[in-house]
Design a protein around this ligand. Structure first.
Ligand code: DGJ
Length: 739
């Protein structure tokens, strides 16, 4: 019997081989390469563009040319994964593209037409692959931009209708990536207001796991359009194959992870097609947002560093420049201030070494004064009761103190109680005949309407033209879409609202950046509600969360910096007890935590007096001298996760040339007497020795070897036992190479 079975298997094997050969070899290999990674596609014998590989760099185009697909059982189609799967070419998984053709038919079959490569700038290459439907005049371009040094590849699609009638797009993903491994572990981010970017990791099983937003605006408050995927093991910091992904889109998104019946993981990412079918008119092109990918065979630490390098250089404005230390008026004054309150804050800010003063919400509206959040939004004229001498008086005062002046705006929104709402009721997002739903007492302006785009642009432009002394804008957005509907879009195109809103927003940003390329803008939406690489492209930094409690921030910033660069992570020292959590924490702990990102303060500085004020001024000096350059351009190494057992968190930032570093250690809970963490450093040059010095000690040293010199090997393998064990105790050390 055994021999008989063997024979069957043997002859099956022969048949398989034979069939495979009959199926035919690939005819062309297309490689997208970076320093350490390869993404490979091939054109098969049927002119289909098929995925071959994404991972550690492989230099074997001839092997990929010979690589063959298995014949799919019971069909005349191959068992291969298309680069951009459509419905209608034997694809049974999540399609990247689904089209209702002009003739009403539902199938699309893309065939390879050609490819081209360009070098848009040094260190960046772009590959475009052209695909045409076999029947309809319907064209898809797949674009891949490879960032050599950063090991990042971005992808997007351009879909063109060359038929003589409109077609209807039902799905239009940016990217499709099929990964093959034994097991898949997905790290993703969830949260809410004042609790963004919580990290969770789950093993993916058969079926579809979806991360998405249908909120239209403020889409990253609940989940973030980014992830880390580790294969064959839960993600490790310094080992293992890990992919990082982030979608550059501030509107509705959908990231789908389907483990299919063949145990392959299909990752389909892009705009959420929810109520968004798109009519593509004759000759029109639809460009999807960019999907950003990176890969590392050395764990998720390198995934984050790749994304940070890419983000600083290509994904944000001024990402490699030192950022100012900011005092923001919000938590120190809220809506209740007059000129003296603000000039007093500026006096204190200047004395402590702060560089920019930002006047937050509450400075505008006259007929409907903005004294709380129920009125005035939309009326961007200075409130003459609170600020009788106007903005220029405050700007000049700031300058006289050596400070820059920044201002808060929320130009996409309107309170029903405002002059704007009375003048332009048709500019408001609404659905005919239905009561408008408010959130934080406000409504959304319809950015799909070009007139609204002009208005929003002009809010920004006229403020800067009238007050050229303004050098920083905080751009806020405090609600999402609860009810879609545009008086501007025709009935047949109401489903375009979601995409057109975001494209409208981006077109305003484009105009702003064309005129003010280097101007400093903060991206804020009730905290981190618009934290994505689509918006970040136009901003210099982001308000990470309205939760300024240092313990909460350790977790929020840990999650945030898995994907987004520390230099953009606005991180402010606030008062104690904290306004959001009521938790008390020492000033040193609050400062040390805030110094892991873009340092700022957000309190009434008068409340910091005596020794505390000296400590604050000293910490700010230390930040400028030692820490800021490392946060800006250094490499982040996570040493202890706040999520791990033990109750500590630790991380360091190492300069690119490994000449200096800063180490942070935090105790998150009370530990038993004598229980201290041993911190093994990372990222140093093993041939070097480093001198270690504690900064912000506040009267007590936390390391027996403070001021001494150590070999990198010792620091990285034996590690340092640090006297940091009490609740909310912390320590910061500077390392400088000595040889
Ligand atoms: C929400 C922001 O996140 C806060 O920092 C503050 O600017 C308020 N809006 C003002 O309304």
């Amino acid at each position: 019997m055994k021999t008989y079975l063997k024979c069957i298997f043997y002859s099956l094997g022969i048949t398989l081989l034979f069939c495979t050969a009959a199926v035919g070899q690939n005819t062309k290999v297309i490689e997208v390469k970076t320093k350490s990674t390869s993404l490979v596609y091939a054109v098969d014998h049927n002119k289909r563009l098929v995925f071959q590989y994404y991972g550690k760099a492989v230099d074997a185009p001839d092997s990929f040319l010979r690589q063959q697909a298995y014949p799919k059982p019971d069909t005349n189609r191959d068992f291969s994964y298309e680069a951009y799967p459509t419905f209608g070419l034997g694809n049974v998984n999540e399609p990247a593209l689904a089209v209702i053709n002009a003739d009403g038919s539902l199938n699309t079959e893309l065939a390879f037409e050609g490819t081209e490569t360009k070098s848009p700038q040094p260190g960046v290459s772009e590959t475009v692959i052209h695909l045409n439907d076999r029947i309809c005049k319907f064209n898809v371009e797949l674009h891949f931009k490879a960032y050599w040094a950063e090991d990042v590849i971005t992808q997007w699609a351009v879909i063109t209708n060359n038929e003589n009638q409109p077609v209807n797009l039902r799905r239009f993903a940016s990217s499709f990536l099929p990964i093959k491994a034994e097991t898949y572990y997905l790290t993703h981010f969830y949260g809410s207001w004042a609790g963004e970017m919580n990290v969770t990791e789950e093993k993916l099983e058969n079926g579809i796991k979806v991360i998405e937003s249908k909120k239209g605006v403020r889409t990253t408050q609940t989940e973030n359009p980014s992830f880390i995927l580790s294969v064959n093991t839960p993600a490790l910091e310094n080992a293992g194959d890990c992919y990082g992904g982030a979608l550059a889109w501030s509107g509705n998104y959908r990231l789908a992870f389907q483990v299919d019946e063949w145990k392959r993981l299909n990752i389909t990412t892009g705009i959420n097609p929810f109520l968004s079918s798109w009519t593509l008119k004759v000759g029109e092109r639809f460009t999807t947002p960019e999907m950003i990918y990176t890969f590392s065979s050395q764990g998720r630490g390198q995934v984050s560093r790749n994304l940070h390098d890419w983000g600083r250089k290509y994904g944000m404005v001024g990402g490699t420049k030192l950022h100012d230390i900011v005092l923001n008026s919000w938590e120190g004054a809220y809506f209740t201030f007059n000129e003296n309150t603000l000039t007093g804050m500026m006096d204190d800010a200047a004395e402590m070494g702060i560089e920019t003063f930002v006047l937050d919400d509450g400075w505008f509206g006259n007929k409907y004064p903005r004294n709380n959040d129920d009125a005035g939004l939309g009326d961007w004229q200075t409130n003459t009761q609170k600020l009788p001498d106007g903005l220029d008086y405050l700007i000049d005062y700031a300058h006289s103190k050596g400070l820059k002046f920044g201002l808060w705006i929320e130009p996409e929104m309107v309170n029903p109680e405002s002059e704007l709402a009375g003048k332009h009721p048709d500019w408001i997002v609404q659905s005919p005949g239905r009561e408008k739903i408010t959130w934080r007492n406000q409504l959304l302006l319809d950015l799909s309407n070009p007139k609204v785009q002009d208005f929003v642009y002009n809010v920004f432009d006229s403020l800067l033209t009238t007050h050229p002394g303004i050098e920083y804008i905080k751009w806020d957005a405090n609600r999402h879409v609860e009810q879609a509907g545009s008086t501007w879009l025709p009935t047949s195109e109401q489903t375009h609202f979601w995409v057109d809103y975001t494209k409208g927003l981006y077109s305003v940003y484009e105009r702003i950046r064309a005129r003010y390329p280097d101007f400093v803008m903060q991206d804020c939406a009730s905290g981190g509600g618009r934290l994505d690489y689509g918006a970040l492209k136009y901003h210099n930094e982001f308000w990470t969360s309205d939760n300024t409690d240092p313990l909460s921030r350790i977790f929020i910033q840990y999650g945030t910096n898995l994907i987004y660069p520390p230099v953009g992570t606005a991180s402010h020292v606030s008062t104690s007890p904290n306004h959001q959590t009521q938790r008390m924490a020492p000033l040193k702990f609050r400062f040390d935590v805030a110094m892991t990102g873009r340092l700022g303060m957000e309190l009434q500085p008068k409340d910091i007096q005596g020794k505390d004020r000296d400590f604050a001024a000293d910490a700010i000096r230390n930040y400028k001298q030692y820490v800021r350059p490392l946060i800006t351009n250094g490499d982040l190494y996570r040493l202890k996760s706040p999520y791990d057992e033990g109750g500590w968190a630790s991380q360091m930032y190492v300069s690119k040339e490994k000449a200096s570093a800063v180490l942070f250690v935090f105790s998150l809970e009370p530990h038993l007497r004598g229980v201290f963490p041993t911190i093994k450093l990372n990222g140093l040059d093993t041939t070097k020795t480093y001198q270690i010095e504690e900064i912000n000690p506040n009267g007590r040293s936390r390391f027996w070897g403070d001021g001494q010199t150590f070999k990198a090997d010792y620091l990285m393998n034996a590690g340092l036992e640090l006297y940091v064990g009490g609740q909310y105790e912390s320590a910061v050390f500077i390392l400088k190479e000595t040889n």
